[in-house]
Design a protein around this ligand. Structure first.
Ligand SMILES: NC(=O)c1ccc[n+]([C@@H]2O[C@H](COP(=O)([O-])OP(=O)(O)OC[C@H]3O[C@@H](n4cnc5c(N)ncnc54)[C@H](O)[C@@H]3O)[C@@H](O)[C@H]2O)c1
Length: 312
């Protein structure tokens, strides 16, 4: 419980990890090379914790949480005493290879090193890591302090004990770790999200729906069930007789739909432009930060409701 947690990068994910671990009582050491981002880190964390307080999702004060967090501009003072490191630098393969290599030269030998990468596998980014048996991906969702799931993706070299240690840490920090049985591009979270986006873009490309109408169907429809059950339990509860009856009744239709979409590459620049223009009508980029805050407030209210549902 007295672990020191190192976080590299204070973008959305680094800040999110800092909130997750500091609110769970760990000492957090954040390294951020950009001066402006470094200066904004503690005020951003205070603001997040104050929103969590407001929605009853966190009882400790922002000032108390910030006592657990130190911000540095260099790797060595931040990481030399850390037991776990969460690399949350830019999603760029060359930068990750160098950054992770540098991290591994600084941290103690027992330290677990993880990358938060959304799609770059640890086998590709870990080429310069010293002690690759302690290196793996821990991929969070954004923001990690609200969507409390993390994918654990190992390389063939990662030791099982390292997976056990990081899983235990995440569980103690109120996260739900999910381990993939093998490495693959996009891991699993973004594969699932990608499947829905592929269909969403295709529906717009085919002139079936407008972009806002796709969002309405998901927001007002599918997402409400998915906030309570995953897609398999959703299928199980949708048809008397459960998942087997659902597969018997609907399997061939879903197969035809999948065949329909074979080999589609719907993210063409023209289509992205069309979808973005439709979405920006209601969500102009000038409102982006406000809209992110509004989304997070919405998730906080849902988190409250889900906690009440689980506690019944
Ligand atoms: N944003 C998301 O939705 C999301 C979700 C899950 C995972 N991720 C992954 O997490 C990682 C971070 O994502 P983000 O959105 O916070 O990125 P970001 O680009 O917003 O932030 C990265 C931060 O790292 C800093 N940085 C760059 N080089 C550094 C160095 N050498 N030492 C210390 N800090 C350094 C940058 O100044 C920046 O503040 C990426 O790999 C991303 O793919 C992002």
């Amino acid at each position: 419980m007295s672990h020191n947690i190192g976080i590299v990068g204070a973008g959305s994910i680094g800040i999110g990890w800092a909130v997750v671990f500091a609110t769970a009582g760990y000492r957090v050491h954040v390294c951020e090379v950009n001066e402006d981002a470094a200066q904004k880190a503690l005020p951003r964390i205070k603001e997040i914790v104050s929103r969590l307080n407001h929605f009853g999702l966190e009882s400790q004060s922002p000032e108390h949480i910030c006592e657990f967090i130190s911000v540095y501009s260099e790797l060595a003072p931040a990481l030399s005493n850390c037991d776990f490191v969460f690399e949350a630098g830019p999603e760029n393969l060359e930068q990750k290879i160098d950054l992770l290599g540098a991290i591994s030269e600084i941290v103690p030998d027992h330290a677990v090193i993880s990358s938060s990468s959304s799609a770059i596998t640890a086998s590709s980014s870990g080429l310069k890591v010293k002690g690759r048996e302690r290196f793996l991906i821990v991929h969070p969702a954004n923001p990690p302090f609200l969507i409390r799931v993390a994918e654990i993706v190992t390389t063939p070299e990662t030791q099982d004990t390292v997976v056990d240690r990081v899983s235990e840490l995440l569980t103690q920090a109120n996260m739900s770790p999910v381990q993939l049985h093998k490495e693959q591009l996009g891991f699993a979270f973004n594969r699932l999200q990608g499947a829905l986006l592929r269909e969403a873009y295709s529906l717009v490309a085919d002139g079936v729906l407008s972009a806002p109408d796709v969002d309405t169907l998901v927001r007002e429809g599918l997402a409400l069930r998915w906030a309570v059950t995953g897609p398999f339990v959703t299928s199980h509860l949708n048809v008397p007789g459960g998942l087997r009856a659902h597969a018997a009744r609907m399997g061939s239709s879903y197969y035809q739909m999948a065949l329909d979409r074979e080999n589609t590459q719907p993210w063409s620049p023209e289509l992205v432009d069309q979808v973005a223009s439709e979405i920006e009508m209601e969500h102009p980029l000038t409102n982006w930060e406000h809209d992110v805050q509004d989304r997070d407030d919405g998730i906080m209210l849902i988190a409250q409701a889900r906690a009440a549902h689980s506690a019944r």
